[in-house]
Design a protein around this ligand. Structure first.
Ligand SMILES: Nc1nc2c(ncn2[C@@H]2O[C@H](COP(=O)(O)OP(=O)(O)OP(=O)(O)O)[C@@H](O)[C@H]2O)c(=O)[nH]1
Ligand SMILES: [Mg+2]
Ligand SMILES: [Zn+2]
Length: 371
């Protein structure tokens, strides 16, 4: 095992799996990024571009598996021949389909759940990320970023009491570098760390601070609500100077976390439970008698802020659904118009051509007439 391979996360069990392939022409490589059907990978000599064999691409549906970021593969030249057995797979529910899981990355040791201590701070969301990350053999670590912006850290930390038992919590600032030293214990040679968290939490900034140069793009958040701009658009693994790998991921869109009313129900299960106890099934929780939500709001068991964000999320979903409808009909109209225009231009050019032809034949006749 060479030093370089060890830095990439190569280990004894991968070596054994690789040896059992028994092909002298194969070499191990680790996938750092997918790029339009190609893969950017690292091997012991550096970066290389690899791809799936042609036969594979021709029969897409026949194959059950595809390489994902973080995968170890056996390559022959530039062609991927095998994917080595995976461990530490990070997966999540596929967008819009709760019953399907989508594999995001493989061979992950730690998942850093990055949350900004600005307006974006949301303990429920952290819990949800935690449940995503702790489904496999990955150790979750909560990284509360932007400590420099937060005056009431104690208050925020108190809200995380319930999750503190399942994951260590680190307070950092990617901007001032405060608290970054404590993270270095995770960066031992050969470990792979994936960063998760909403857009604008500062994942890319944090990686840049950790590797000590601006390798990844970062972008300002909206001032009004600290929402990010989805700056990172692909998953990308970077080699750290200490000999470990770090994976930057795009902030998941709210729609993927709480994409539909099912998602809202999951994230706000307490409110959902309460609503079930209202006298009326279609209770609007505004003025109805025997409304358990109004009751809970009054006696303080339900925080009005939480109920507010529940309503906001539901309204947001409704708006998204509507907008989709409008966009769809808009698109249909545009297409119709375009088609009409196209037909018109065809008939115009046909007419023009006919005119041209007649003119031409006339002038040719004329020519003959002169001779
Ligand atoms: N004050 C302060 N700002 C920070 C800190 N970390 C990041 N930021 C800022 O937060 C903004 C968003 O940072 P990014 O690193 O782009 O966030 P991201 O999580 O990678 O976002 P996506 O790529 O969209 O998922 C940038 O303007 C950063 O400068 C911090 O510790 N303190
Ligand atoms: Mg980013
Ligand atoms: Zn009610």
């Amino acid at each position: 095992m060479t030093r370089n391979l060890l830095n990439l996360g190569w280990n004894e069990s991968l070596q054994q799996a690789f040896d059992s392939l028994g092909e002298a022409s194969l070499k191990p490589a680790r996938i750092a990024r997918e790029n339009r059907g190609e893969y950017v990978a690292f091997d012991e000599f550096g970066e290389l571009r690899i791809r799936l064999p042609g036969s594979y691409l021709a029969h897409k549906t026949r194959h059950q598996w595809y390489p994902i970021t973080g995968d170890w593969v056996a390559v022959e030249g530039e062609v991927i021949r095998e994917i080595l057995p995976r461990r530490g797979v990070f997966e999540r529910e596929a967008a819009g389909n709760q019953s399907k899981v989508q594999k995001i990355a493989a061979h992950i040791d730690y998942a850093f759940l990055v949350a900004g201590l600005d307006h974006d701070f949301n303990p429920k969301r952290i819990e949800r990320y935690l449940s995503l990350a702790s489904s496999s053999s990955i150790s979750p670590v909560i990284v509360l970023n932007k400590a420099d912006l937060c005056l009431n850290v104690e208050e925020q930390l108190a809200q995380l009491d319930s999750v503190a038992e399942t994951a260590p919590i680190h307070l950092v600032s990617a901007l001032t570098q405060e608290g970054l030293d404590a993270l270095s214990s995770y960066f031992q040679r050969g470990t792979t760390i994936a960063l998760l968290g909403s857009s604008g939490a500062g994942k890319s900034t944090l990686i840049n601070a950790l590797i000590g140069k601006d390798q990844l793009n970062a972008n300002a958040v909206r001032k009004s609500d600290s929402r990010g701009r989805h700056t990172t658009t692909w998953r990308e693994m970077v080699l750290m100077p200490q000999g470990s790998m770090i994976l930057d991921t795009p902030g998941m869109r709210e729609i993927q976390l709480l994409g539909d009313d099912e998602g809202v129900k999951k994230a706000f299960s307490d409110i959902d439970e309460l609503a079930k106890q209202c006298r009326f099934r279609n209770c609007s929780h505004t003025s109805e008698p025997d409304c358990s939500i109004i009751e809970a709001l009054e006696n303080g068991t339900l925080e009005s802020e939480r109920f507010h964000s529940y309503l906001k999320q539901k309204a947001e979903n409704r708006r998204k659904r509507n907008r989709k409808g409008i966009v769809d009909t808009d698109m249909a109209n545009v297409l119709k118009k375009r088609k009409r225009k196209l037909l018109k231009s065809i008939s115009v050019s046909k007419r023009k051509a006919e005119k041209q032809r007649r003119k031409l034949s006339r002038s040719v006749d004329g020519d003959f007439g002169y001779k």
